[in-house]
Ligand binder design. Structure first.
Ligand code: FES
Length: 194
């Protein structure tokens, strides 16, 4: 039993003394899930985090500029705390897609968040939060496999097809010491629209 649960079960005497307050301290059934959300590997991306491959791919290493080929399929990465080395890969909302676009194809809004020609976006569709796995290489569009929404990587993630109601959130990046660093929050809320 976790320490949270031990604390949530006062003895009968204390319960009588504390009355309604004691009831308020009893953890509801969903408490473990809420507590788990605060674990470092589940925390949202933070400014200053580095981008790293998932632990089950590429030996869990940091993303490097040479990993990105112009026009090639986006790579899936997660934010990693540079101080602790913890990758925040236990929350699917932290899925990030990174790709290198052809020079001169990024509009002004996209360039504002890019590291050169490299752009990063949330990997979670804004329709009903499917993971985005498709890529239209000819047009540089992310493609959601669930209902075929498409998002333009070179135009700030704007939705260009399908039922998604809004753009993919972009993630501002910088290149520092050969690695990609998050330099700002996502440009909008990650996940499905309310
Ligand atoms: S969840 Fe992506 S288009 Fe529906």
């Amino acid at each position: 039993m976790s320490s949270h649960n031990r604390g949530a079960r006062p003895c009968a005497g204390r319960r009588a003394l504390l009355g309604g307050t004691a009831l308020a301290l009893i953890a509801p059934p969903w408490w473990p899930a809420i507590a788990a959300e605060t674990a470092p590997e589940r925390q949202p991306a933070q400014v200053g985090d580095l981008l790293a491959f998932p632990s089950w791919e590429h030996a869990d290493r940091l993303l490097a500029p040479d990993d990105l080929v112009t026009g090639a399929e986006p790579l899936l990465v997660y934010p990693r705390d540079p101080a602790t080395g913890v990758s925040r890969e236990r929350s699917r909302l932290n899925q990030i897609l990174v790709c290198r676009l052809a020079p001169g194809t990024l509009d002004e809004a996209t360039r504002a968040h890019a590291a050169g020609d490299v752009v990063a976006y949330s990997g979670i569709c804004t329709h009903t939060a499917c993971g985005i796995t498709g890529w239209n290489a000819e047009q540089a569009h992310f493609v959601c496999p669930c209902h075929q929404s498409e998002f333009d990587a070179g135009r700030a993630g704007q939705r260009v097809a399908g039922p998604a109601p809004r753009a993919l959130p972009a993630l501002p990046l910088a290149l520092s010491d050969g690695h990609f660093v998050i330099r700002g929050s996502f440009t909008s809320a990650v996940g499905a629209s309310a």
